[in-house]
Structures are given as structure tokens and as C-alpha cells.
Design a protein around this ligand. Structure first.
Ligand code: CA2
Length: 147
């Protein structure tokens, strides 16, 4: 049976590729989903790809992944900087957690420099554009012995 990786996306990432291309690039979240699905097939992984603007959806999906997945890749978007709830949910997971940011949060406003999720993440990828999702997927494959 394939190992399952949840790829979770937080608020406003549904706008990816549609606004602020100078920060977030031109690719849409659907493009990212397709790129991840193609790489996952190569790596022998199954992905579940989701986005929500609601914090509780992200918490519910992390809890679902605890039972159903072997790793989580998460771009918590603005909740990175505010959500102890998402951190607590991730802290209850005993498998790799990889945090992705499309932009380099450390090069931006000071309020983006701190991420609660980074307190739990096994790796943080920031500033690689949407390629960051693919790098995270490759890292998940390595950690799950699927490389
Ligand atoms: O760089 C990232 O991936 C972020 O997680 C994106 C979040 C931001 O709050 C974080 O500080 C860094 C924002 C996602 C909003 O995405 C948009 C995309 C296009 C247009 C407007 C927003």
C-alpha cells in the first residue's frame, strides 16, 4: 500500500497565481496540486491535497491525517504566525511534518518572521516559490524511505 502524504494549505492560498505574482508567482494552487501529484506518482506516494480559509478545517485535517497519513506538508499561510491550535494538532502527530512557505517570510514584514508551526516542523522551506512543495515532497519521500 502507498504511503499517504497530506498537503494542507491555509487561508488565501486559493488566490495563488491570481494576485500579487511578484510575491507568490504565476502558478495557481491547481497547478501546484498537479505538479505534486505527478511527483508523488514518481516517488510512489499518494497525496491528499486540500486548502481552506478556516483554521478549524486545517486542525480537523491534521487530526484526520494522524490516522490516515504517514507525513504532512503544510503551508499554514497567515495561521503560521498566529495559530497555537494548528501547532497543538501537529504536535500530536508522530510522523514527519514539513512546513512550506512560497515566499521567504524572513525577508518580509517582522510579523511574518515567527511561525508557531516551525516549533513542530521537522523542516521549513521558505522562499523557493511553489517548488518548495516539491522539495518538501522529496524530503517526505526520503524520510519515509521512498526516495
Ligand atoms: O509565503 C507563503 O507561502 C505564506 O505562507 C503565504 C501567506 C502569508 O500570510 C505568509 O506570511 C507566507 C499568504 C497566502 C496568501 O496568498 C496569496 C496569494 C496570492 C494573492 C494574495 C494572497
Amino acid at each position: 500500500m502507498s504511503k499517504v502524504v497530506y498537503i494542507l494549505n491555509g487561508p488565501n492560498l486559493n488566490l495563488l497565481g491570481k494576485r500579487e505574482p511578484e510575491i507568490y508567482g504565476h502558478q495557481t494552487l491547481d497547478d501546484v496540486n498537479e505538479m505534486c501529484a505527478a511527483l508523488a506518482a514518481e516517488l510512489g506516494l499518494e497525496i491528499i491535497f486540500r486548502q481552506s480559509n478556516a483554521e478549524h478545517d486545517l486542525i480537523d485535517w491534521v487530526q484526520e491525517a494522524r490516522e490516515a497519513a504517514q507525513a504532512i506538508i503544510i503551508n499554514p499561510a497567515a495561521y503560521s504566525h498566529t495559530s497555537i491550535g494548528i501547532l497543538d494538532a501537529l504536535s500530536a502527530c508522530q510522523f514527519p511534518v514539513l512546513e512550506v512557505h512560497v515566499s521567504n517570510i524572513h525577508k518580509r514584514e517582522a510579523f511574518r518572521h515567527f511561525s508557531y508551526v516551525s516549533q513542530r516542523a521537522d523542516a521549513v522551506i521558505a522562499g523557493c516559490g511553489v517548488e518548495g512543495y516539491l522539495l518538501a515532497l522529496r524530503r517526505a519521500a526520503t524520510l519515509l524511505d521512498n526516495a
